[in-house]
Ligand binder design. Sequence first.
Ligand SMILES: C[S@@+](CC[C@H](N)C(=O)[O-])C[C@H]1O[C@@H](n2cnc3c(N)ncnc32)[C@H](O)[C@@H]1O
Length: 441
Amino acid sequence: MRFDILTLFPHMFSSPFQESILARAIEKGLIQIRTINIRDFALDKHHVVDDTPYGGGQGMVMKVEPIARAIEWAKSQDPSAWTIYLTPQGKQFNQDMAQELSSRSHLILLCGRYEGIDERVRELLVDEEISIGDYVLTGGELAAMVLIDAVSRLLPGVLGSDRSAEEDSFFHSLLEYPQYTRPFSFRGRDAPQILLSGNHGAISLWRRREALRRTSMRRPDLLARANLSDEDKKILEELFQGESINDFGLRIKMESNLYLGLVHHPIYDKRREVISTAVTNLDIHDIARCARTFGVRGLFVITPLESQVQLVERMICHWMEGAGSVYNPTRKESLSLVRVSRSIDEASREISDLWKKKVMRVATGASPHPKSISFEVFRKLLEDRETPFLILFGTGWGLTQEVKDNSDYVLAPIGGRGYNHLSVRSAVPIILDRLLGDRVV
Ligand SMILES: C[S@@+](CC[C@H](N)C(=O)[O-])C[C@H]1O[C@@H](n2cnc3c(N)ncnc32)[C@H](O)[C@@H]1O
Protein backbone atom coordinates (compact mmCIF):
# COMPACT_ATOMS: atom_id res chain seq x y z
CA MET A 1 0.00 0.00 0.00
CA ARG A 2 1.24 3.46 -0.84
CA PHE A 3 0.94 6.63 1.27
CA ASP A 4 1.78 10.01 -0.25
CA ILE A 5 2.00 12.68 2.42
CA LEU A 6 1.58 16.26 1.29
CA THR A 7 3.18 18.48 3.89
CA LEU A 8 5.18 21.62 4.48
CA PHE A 9 7.33 19.74 7.00
CA PRO A 10 8.54 16.48 5.46
CA HIS A 11 11.30 16.05 8.06
CA MET A 12 8.69 15.40 10.72
CA PHE A 13 8.14 12.00 9.16
CA SER A 14 11.68 10.72 9.15
CA SER A 15 11.92 9.07 12.55
CA PRO A 16 8.42 7.66 13.18
CA PHE A 17 8.71 5.33 10.23
CA GLN A 18 12.27 4.27 10.99
CA GLU A 19 11.34 2.25 14.03
CA SER A 20 9.81 -1.09 14.80
CA ILE A 21 6.86 -2.56 12.92
CA LEU A 22 6.39 0.18 10.34
CA ALA A 23 10.11 0.27 9.50
CA ARG A 24 9.98 -3.48 8.89
CA ALA A 25 6.82 -3.12 6.79
CA ILE A 26 8.60 -0.55 4.61
CA GLU A 27 11.66 -2.75 4.37
CA LYS A 28 9.54 -5.71 3.29
CA GLY A 29 7.82 -3.52 0.69
CA LEU A 30 4.40 -3.97 2.32
CA ILE A 31 3.96 -0.20 2.53
CA GLN A 32 5.60 2.71 0.76
CA ILE A 33 5.59 6.11 2.38
CA ARG A 34 6.59 9.16 0.39
CA THR A 35 6.59 12.75 1.60
CA ILE A 36 5.85 15.47 -0.91
CA ASN A 37 6.78 19.01 0.02
CA ILE A 38 3.93 21.30 -0.95
CA ARG A 39 6.41 24.17 -1.12
CA ASP A 40 8.02 22.55 -4.18
CA PHE A 41 4.75 23.20 -6.00
CA ALA A 42 4.71 26.95 -5.30
CA LEU A 43 5.98 28.33 -8.57
CA ASP A 44 6.76 31.92 -7.57
CA LYS A 45 10.28 33.05 -6.78
CA HIS A 46 9.88 32.80 -3.00
CA HIS A 47 7.83 29.58 -2.99
CA VAL A 48 5.01 31.22 -1.08
CA VAL A 49 2.48 28.67 0.20
CA ASP A 50 0.27 30.81 2.45
CA ASP A 51 -1.49 34.15 2.47
CA THR A 52 -3.68 36.27 4.75
CA PRO A 53 -7.34 35.25 4.91
CA TYR A 54 -9.87 37.12 2.82
CA GLY A 55 -12.13 39.06 5.15
CA GLY A 56 -9.34 39.55 7.69
CA GLY A 57 -8.75 37.64 10.86
CA GLN A 58 -5.87 35.92 12.52
CA GLY A 59 -3.18 33.75 11.00
CA MET A 60 -2.48 32.59 7.48
CA VAL A 61 -4.30 30.27 5.10
CA MET A 62 -2.59 27.73 2.84
CA LYS A 63 -2.99 28.74 -0.77
CA VAL A 64 -5.01 26.65 -3.19
CA GLU A 65 -2.62 26.52 -6.21
CA PRO A 66 0.44 24.77 -4.68
CA ILE A 67 -1.78 22.20 -2.98
CA ALA A 68 -3.78 21.63 -6.17
CA ARG A 69 -0.59 21.10 -8.15
CA ALA A 70 0.84 18.73 -5.54
CA ILE A 71 -2.33 16.62 -5.39
CA GLU A 72 -2.68 16.54 -9.15
CA TRP A 73 0.96 15.53 -9.55
CA ALA A 74 0.50 12.63 -7.10
CA LYS A 75 -2.76 11.62 -8.78
CA SER A 76 -1.25 11.75 -12.26
CA GLN A 77 0.83 8.73 -11.24
CA ASP A 78 -2.18 6.83 -9.98
CA PRO A 79 -5.64 8.21 -10.77
CA SER A 80 -7.21 5.73 -8.36
CA ALA A 81 -5.42 7.32 -5.36
CA TRP A 82 -7.82 8.46 -2.62
CA THR A 83 -7.21 11.97 -1.29
CA ILE A 84 -7.74 12.63 2.41
CA TYR A 85 -7.50 15.99 4.13
CA LEU A 86 -6.65 15.68 7.83
CA THR A 87 -8.76 18.25 9.61
CA PRO A 88 -10.48 18.64 12.98
CA GLN A 89 -13.65 19.25 10.99
CA GLY A 90 -13.57 15.82 9.37
CA LYS A 91 -15.26 12.56 10.30
CA GLN A 92 -13.77 11.16 13.47
CA PHE A 93 -11.28 8.42 12.75
CA ASN A 94 -11.98 4.97 14.16
CA GLN A 95 -11.10 1.33 13.65
CA ASP A 96 -13.85 0.77 11.08
CA MET A 97 -12.48 3.62 8.98
CA ALA A 98 -8.95 2.23 9.34
CA GLN A 99 -10.26 -1.12 8.14
CA GLU A 100 -12.01 0.45 5.17
CA LEU A 101 -8.95 2.49 4.18
CA SER A 102 -6.71 -0.56 4.44
CA SER A 103 -8.49 -2.00 1.41
CA ARG A 104 -7.30 0.89 -0.76
CA SER A 105 -3.98 0.71 -2.54
CA HIS A 106 -2.97 4.36 -2.48
CA LEU A 107 -3.79 7.21 -0.10
CA ILE A 108 -2.80 10.84 -0.54
CA LEU A 109 -2.76 12.52 2.86
CA LEU A 110 -2.95 16.30 2.90
CA CYS A 111 -1.60 17.93 6.06
CA GLY A 112 -2.81 21.44 6.78
CA ARG A 113 -0.96 24.08 8.77
CA TYR A 114 -1.68 27.57 10.11
CA GLU A 115 -5.42 28.33 9.96
CA GLY A 116 -5.95 25.52 7.50
CA ILE A 117 -6.35 25.38 3.73
CA ASP A 118 -8.28 27.41 1.19
CA GLU A 119 -11.82 26.01 1.11
CA ARG A 120 -11.62 25.32 -2.63
CA VAL A 121 -9.09 22.55 -2.05
CA ARG A 122 -11.76 20.71 -0.06
CA GLU A 123 -14.44 21.42 -2.64
CA LEU A 124 -12.47 20.39 -5.70
CA LEU A 125 -9.65 18.06 -4.79
CA VAL A 126 -10.36 16.13 -1.60
CA ASP A 127 -12.27 12.83 -1.44
CA GLU A 128 -12.60 12.53 2.32
CA GLU A 129 -11.93 14.64 5.42
CA ILE A 130 -10.76 12.91 8.57
CA SER A 131 -10.17 14.14 12.11
CA ILE A 132 -8.26 12.17 14.71
CA GLY A 133 -10.21 13.67 17.58
CA ASP A 134 -11.96 16.71 18.94
CA TYR A 135 -8.90 18.84 19.59
CA VAL A 136 -6.85 21.12 17.41
CA LEU A 137 -3.29 20.28 16.46
CA THR A 138 -0.81 22.72 14.98
CA GLY A 139 -0.72 20.67 11.79
CA GLY A 140 -2.04 17.57 10.08
CA GLU A 141 1.31 15.71 10.22
CA LEU A 142 0.68 13.94 13.53
CA ALA A 143 -2.81 13.07 12.36
CA ALA A 144 -1.38 11.57 9.16
CA MET A 145 1.06 9.49 11.22
CA VAL A 146 -1.78 8.19 13.38
CA LEU A 147 -3.78 7.23 10.31
CA ILE A 148 -0.83 5.54 8.59
CA ASP A 149 0.00 3.58 11.73
CA ALA A 150 -3.56 2.39 12.31
CA VAL A 151 -4.12 1.46 8.66
CA SER A 152 -0.73 -0.20 8.07
CA ARG A 153 -1.00 -2.60 10.98
CA LEU A 154 -4.13 -4.04 9.39
CA LEU A 155 -2.34 -4.99 6.18
CA PRO A 156 -1.46 -8.64 5.76
CA GLY A 157 2.06 -9.41 6.93
CA VAL A 158 2.66 -6.12 8.78
CA LEU A 159 2.06 -7.52 12.25
CA GLY A 160 3.90 -10.65 13.28
CA SER A 161 0.74 -12.72 13.23
CA ASP A 162 -2.38 -11.81 11.29
CA ARG A 163 -4.47 -12.79 14.26
CA SER A 164 -3.09 -10.09 16.53
CA ALA A 165 -5.00 -7.24 14.89
CA GLU A 166 -8.19 -9.26 15.09
CA GLU A 167 -7.93 -9.59 18.81
CA ASP A 168 -7.20 -5.92 19.41
CA SER A 169 -9.70 -3.57 20.89
CA PHE A 170 -12.38 -2.34 18.46
CA PHE A 171 -11.77 -5.02 15.85
CA HIS A 172 -15.11 -6.67 16.56
CA SER A 173 -16.52 -3.64 18.38
CA LEU A 174 -15.20 -5.05 21.64
CA LEU A 175 -12.36 -3.89 23.85
CA GLU A 176 -9.59 -6.39 24.27
CA TYR A 177 -9.40 -8.67 27.32
CA PRO A 178 -6.82 -7.88 30.03
CA GLN A 179 -3.25 -9.00 29.29
CA TYR A 180 -0.68 -10.35 31.74
CA THR A 181 2.92 -11.49 31.55
CA ARG A 182 5.63 -12.54 34.02
CA PRO A 183 5.97 -12.20 37.00
CA PHE A 184 2.97 -14.21 38.14
CA SER A 185 2.70 -12.21 41.35
CA PHE A 186 3.23 -8.48 41.68
CA ARG A 187 2.56 -6.55 44.88
CA GLY A 188 0.02 -9.07 46.03
CA ARG A 189 -1.79 -9.23 42.68
CA ASP A 190 -1.63 -12.57 40.89
CA ALA A 191 -2.21 -13.08 37.20
CA PRO A 192 -5.39 -15.12 36.62
CA GLN A 193 -4.54 -18.77 37.19
CA ILE A 194 -6.52 -19.89 34.16
CA LEU A 195 -4.05 -18.18 31.81
CA LEU A 196 -1.36 -20.55 33.06
CA SER A 197 -3.54 -23.63 32.76
CA GLY A 198 -2.52 -24.50 29.21
CA ASN A 199 -6.19 -25.20 28.48
CA HIS A 200 -6.68 -23.20 25.30
CA GLY A 201 -10.44 -23.62 25.19
CA ALA A 202 -10.82 -22.36 28.74
CA ILE A 203 -8.40 -19.49 28.11
CA SER A 204 -10.21 -18.29 25.03
CA LEU A 205 -13.56 -18.48 26.84
CA TRP A 206 -12.10 -16.49 29.75
CA ARG A 207 -10.77 -13.90 27.32
CA ARG A 208 -14.06 -13.56 25.50
CA ARG A 209 -15.86 -13.21 28.80
CA GLU A 210 -13.45 -10.52 30.01
CA ALA A 211 -13.65 -8.67 26.68
CA LEU A 212 -17.43 -8.64 26.97
CA ARG A 213 -17.34 -7.61 30.62
CA ARG A 214 -14.79 -4.86 30.01
CA THR A 215 -16.64 -3.47 27.00
CA SER A 216 -19.93 -3.41 28.84
CA MET A 217 -18.31 -1.56 31.75
CA ARG A 218 -16.17 0.89 29.80
CA ARG A 219 -17.63 1.26 26.35
CA PRO A 220 -21.21 0.05 26.38
CA ASP A 221 -21.79 2.14 23.26
CA LEU A 222 -19.49 -0.32 21.44
CA LEU A 223 -21.30 -3.29 22.88
CA ALA A 224 -24.56 -1.93 21.58
CA ARG A 225 -23.05 -2.00 18.06
CA ALA A 226 -21.18 -5.29 18.42
CA ASN A 227 -22.14 -8.30 16.41
CA LEU A 228 -22.75 -10.66 19.31
CA SER A 229 -23.05 -14.39 18.82
CA ASP A 230 -25.58 -16.46 20.77
CA GLU A 231 -22.66 -17.65 22.87
CA ASP A 232 -21.73 -14.02 23.67
CA LYS A 233 -25.29 -13.25 24.65
CA LYS A 234 -25.26 -16.25 26.94
CA ILE A 235 -22.03 -15.06 28.54
CA LEU A 236 -23.51 -11.60 29.05
CA GLU A 237 -26.63 -13.07 30.56
CA GLU A 238 -24.49 -15.07 32.94
CA LEU A 239 -22.39 -12.06 33.80
CA PHE A 240 -25.49 -10.04 34.48
CA GLN A 241 -27.45 -12.81 36.12
CA GLY A 242 -30.31 -12.89 33.70
CA GLU A 243 -30.83 -9.15 33.72
CA SER A 244 -30.71 -7.06 30.62
CA ILE A 245 -28.02 -4.49 30.10
CA ASN A 246 -29.14 -1.20 28.70
CA ASP A 247 -27.40 0.87 26.07
CA PHE A 248 -24.80 2.20 28.43
CA GLY A 249 -24.01 -1.10 30.02
CA LEU A 250 -26.16 -0.76 33.10
CA ARG A 251 -27.64 -3.93 34.47
CA ILE A 252 -31.25 -3.13 34.89
CA LYS A 253 -34.75 -4.32 35.07
CA MET A 254 -35.75 -3.33 31.58
CA GLU A 255 -39.17 -2.15 32.64
CA SER A 256 -37.71 0.70 34.65
CA ASN A 257 -38.06 4.13 33.08
CA LEU A 258 -36.64 6.03 36.02
CA TYR A 259 -33.20 7.62 36.37
CA LEU A 260 -31.80 9.63 39.25
CA GLY A 261 -29.53 12.67 39.02
CA LEU A 262 -27.41 13.60 42.02
CA VAL A 263 -26.74 17.25 41.25
CA HIS A 264 -23.56 18.95 42.44
CA HIS A 265 -24.00 21.98 40.20
CA PRO A 266 -25.83 24.35 40.02
CA ILE A 267 -26.57 24.26 43.74
CA TYR A 268 -27.39 26.91 46.36
CA ASP A 269 -25.19 27.43 49.36
CA LYS A 270 -26.70 28.72 52.57
CA ARG A 271 -26.57 32.32 51.31
CA ARG A 272 -28.43 31.23 48.16
CA GLU A 273 -25.33 31.73 46.09
CA VAL A 274 -24.83 29.28 43.23
CA ILE A 275 -21.96 26.89 43.85
CA SER A 276 -20.65 23.42 43.00
CA THR A 277 -20.63 21.01 45.91
CA ALA A 278 -18.08 18.25 46.40
CA VAL A 279 -19.06 14.68 45.64
CA THR A 280 -19.43 12.43 48.65
CA ASN A 281 -18.37 8.83 48.64
CA LEU A 282 -21.07 7.84 51.09
CA ASP A 283 -23.87 9.54 49.11
CA ILE A 284 -22.91 7.74 45.93
CA HIS A 285 -22.69 4.35 47.61
CA ASP A 286 -25.92 4.72 49.56
CA ILE A 287 -27.94 6.19 46.72
CA ALA A 288 -26.62 3.60 44.25
CA ARG A 289 -27.59 0.79 46.64
CA CYS A 290 -31.01 2.30 47.08
CA ALA A 291 -31.38 2.78 43.32
CA ARG A 292 -30.45 -0.86 42.76
CA THR A 293 -32.91 -2.00 45.39
CA PHE A 294 -35.75 -0.18 43.66
CA GLY A 295 -34.78 -1.23 40.15
CA VAL A 296 -33.91 2.30 39.06
CA ARG A 297 -32.34 2.40 35.63
CA GLY A 298 -29.36 4.63 36.27
CA LEU A 299 -27.83 7.15 38.65
CA PHE A 300 -26.11 10.19 37.16
CA VAL A 301 -23.64 12.00 39.39
CA ILE A 302 -23.64 15.50 37.94
CA THR A 303 -20.58 17.69 38.40
CA PRO A 304 -18.77 19.96 35.96
CA LEU A 305 -15.51 19.85 37.93
CA GLU A 306 -12.94 17.70 36.18
CA SER A 307 -11.21 16.66 39.42
CA GLN A 308 -14.55 15.52 40.83
CA VAL A 309 -15.42 13.67 37.64
CA GLN A 310 -12.13 11.81 37.89
CA LEU A 311 -12.68 11.08 41.55
CA VAL A 312 -16.05 9.46 40.88
CA GLU A 313 -14.67 7.52 37.92
CA ARG A 314 -11.79 6.25 40.04
CA MET A 315 -14.16 5.25 42.76
CA ILE A 316 -16.45 3.39 40.39
CA CYS A 317 -13.47 1.69 38.79
CA HIS A 318 -12.23 0.51 42.20
CA TRP A 319 -15.52 -1.19 42.95
CA MET A 320 -16.27 -2.37 39.45
CA GLU A 321 -12.90 -3.66 38.33
CA GLY A 322 -10.32 -3.17 41.06
CA ALA A 323 -9.80 -4.82 44.41
CA GLY A 324 -13.27 -3.70 45.56
CA SER A 325 -15.00 -5.82 42.93
CA VAL A 326 -13.56 -8.95 44.46
CA TYR A 327 -13.92 -7.79 48.04
CA ASN A 328 -17.59 -6.88 47.69
CA PRO A 329 -19.37 -8.02 44.52
CA THR A 330 -22.77 -6.75 45.61
CA ARG A 331 -21.39 -3.23 45.88
CA LYS A 332 -20.22 -3.62 42.32
CA GLU A 333 -23.75 -4.50 41.37
CA SER A 334 -25.15 -1.25 42.71
CA LEU A 335 -22.32 0.92 41.43
CA SER A 336 -22.82 -0.44 37.94
CA LEU A 337 -25.75 1.97 37.84
CA VAL A 338 -23.58 5.04 38.30
CA ARG A 339 -22.55 7.39 35.49
CA VAL A 340 -20.83 10.76 35.74
CA SER A 341 -22.18 13.69 33.76
CA ARG A 342 -20.83 17.20 33.43
CA SER A 343 -24.26 18.84 33.54
CA ILE A 344 -27.95 18.17 33.92
CA ASP A 345 -28.31 18.79 30.20
CA GLU A 346 -25.63 16.22 29.40
CA ALA A 347 -27.34 13.57 31.54
CA SER A 348 -30.71 14.43 29.98
CA ARG A 349 -29.27 14.23 26.49
CA GLU A 350 -27.76 10.84 27.20
CA ILE A 351 -31.08 9.46 28.39
CA SER A 352 -33.03 11.06 25.55
CA ASP A 353 -30.56 9.63 23.03
CA LEU A 354 -30.96 6.17 24.50
CA TRP A 355 -34.72 6.33 24.44
CA LYS A 356 -34.98 8.37 21.25
CA LYS A 357 -37.45 10.41 23.24
CA LYS A 358 -37.17 13.53 25.39
CA VAL A 359 -36.58 12.71 29.03
CA MET A 360 -38.93 14.34 31.54
CA ARG A 361 -37.03 16.16 34.27
CA VAL A 362 -38.48 16.13 37.73
CA ALA A 363 -36.89 18.41 40.33
CA THR A 364 -37.11 17.80 44.07
CA GLY A 365 -36.80 20.16 47.02
CA ALA A 366 -37.87 20.88 50.57
CA SER A 367 -40.29 23.69 49.67
CA PRO A 368 -43.35 23.72 47.40
CA HIS A 369 -43.17 25.12 43.87
CA PRO A 370 -45.94 26.36 41.56
CA LYS A 371 -45.27 23.29 39.37
CA SER A 372 -45.34 20.83 42.27
CA ILE A 373 -47.05 17.53 41.62
CA SER A 374 -48.01 14.99 44.26
CA PHE A 375 -46.41 11.57 44.58
CA GLU A 376 -49.67 10.06 43.42
CA VAL A 377 -49.65 12.08 40.20
CA PHE A 378 -46.02 11.18 39.58
CA ARG A 379 -46.73 7.48 40.10
CA LYS A 380 -49.38 7.76 37.40
CA LEU A 381 -46.94 9.52 35.07
CA LEU A 382 -44.41 6.75 35.61
CA GLU A 383 -46.89 4.24 34.29
CA ASP A 384 -46.16 5.56 30.80
CA ARG A 385 -43.26 3.18 30.27
CA GLU A 386 -42.47 4.71 26.92
CA THR A 387 -41.26 7.90 28.58
CA PRO A 388 -38.03 8.17 30.59
CA PHE A 389 -37.96 10.30 33.75
CA LEU A 390 -34.97 11.83 35.49
CA ILE A 391 -35.48 12.84 39.12
CA LEU A 392 -33.02 15.53 40.14
CA PHE A 393 -31.82 15.56 43.72
CA GLY A 394 -29.95 18.58 45.02
CA THR A 395 -26.94 18.50 47.31
CA GLY A 396 -25.79 21.48 49.46
CA TRP A 397 -28.74 23.78 50.10
CA GLY A 398 -30.69 22.39 47.20
CA LEU A 399 -31.41 22.81 43.50
CA THR A 400 -31.51 26.37 42.17
CA GLN A 401 -34.76 28.10 41.24
CA GLU A 402 -33.69 27.99 37.61
CA VAL A 403 -33.27 24.20 37.65
CA LYS A 404 -36.73 23.86 39.15
CA ASP A 405 -38.29 26.33 36.70
CA ASN A 406 -36.67 24.51 33.78
CA SER A 407 -37.81 21.07 34.89
CA ASP A 408 -40.95 19.51 33.49
CA TYR A 409 -42.27 18.82 36.98
CA VAL A 410 -41.34 19.50 40.56
CA LEU A 411 -42.14 16.80 43.05
CA ALA A 412 -43.99 17.79 46.21
CA PRO A 413 -41.70 18.08 49.23
CA ILE A 414 -41.54 15.31 51.80
CA GLY A 415 -43.06 16.25 55.15
CA GLY A 416 -43.46 19.94 55.64
CA ARG A 417 -44.61 19.97 59.24
CA GLY A 418 -42.24 22.76 60.17
CA TYR A 419 -39.02 20.86 59.65
CA ASN A 420 -38.14 18.79 56.60
CA HIS A 421 -34.47 19.37 55.99
CA LEU A 422 -33.35 15.93 54.96
CA SER A 423 -29.98 14.92 53.63
CA VAL A 424 -30.08 13.79 50.03
CA ARG A 425 -29.18 10.30 51.28
CA SER A 426 -32.37 10.27 53.33
CA ALA A 427 -34.63 11.90 50.75
CA VAL A 428 -33.82 9.44 47.96
CA PRO A 429 -35.03 6.26 49.72
CA ILE A 430 -38.20 7.94 50.97
CA ILE A 431 -39.07 9.22 47.52
CA LEU A 432 -38.21 5.95 45.79
CA ASP A 433 -40.27 3.98 48.25
CA ARG A 434 -43.24 6.28 47.72
CA LEU A 435 -42.92 6.04 43.96
CA LEU A 436 -41.86 2.47 43.39
CA GLY A 437 -42.38 0.69 46.69
CA ASP A 438 -45.19 -1.56 45.59
CA ARG A 439 -43.62 -2.22 42.19
CA VAL A 440 -40.60 -3.97 43.58
CA VAL A 441 -40.66 -7.70 43.28
C1 LIG B 1 -4.39 24.84 13.60
S1 LIG B 1 -5.14 23.62 12.59
C2 LIG B 1 -6.38 24.59 11.77
C3 LIG B 1 -7.69 24.47 12.43
C4 LIG B 1 -8.79 25.23 11.72
N1 LIG B 1 -8.61 26.66 11.89
C5 LIG B 1 -10.15 24.81 12.28
O1 LIG B 1 -10.58 25.38 13.28
O2 LIG B 1 -10.73 23.85 11.74
C6 LIG B 1 -3.96 23.36 11.34
C7 LIG B 1 -4.05 22.03 10.66
O3 LIG B 1 -3.82 20.99 11.59
C8 LIG B 1 -4.49 19.81 11.19
N2 LIG B 1 -5.29 19.33 12.33
C9 LIG B 1 -5.50 19.99 13.48
N3 LIG B 1 -6.24 19.28 14.33
C10 LIG B 1 -6.51 18.11 13.71
C11 LIG B 1 -7.26 16.95 14.09
N4 LIG B 1 -7.87 16.86 15.27
N5 LIG B 1 -7.34 15.92 13.22
C12 LIG B 1 -6.75 16.01 12.00
N6 LIG B 1 -6.03 17.09 11.60
C13 LIG B 1 -5.91 18.11 12.44
C14 LIG B 1 -5.31 20.15 9.97
O4 LIG B 1 -4.63 19.69 8.83
C15 LIG B 1 -5.37 21.67 10.01
O5 LIG B 1 -5.50 22.22 8.74
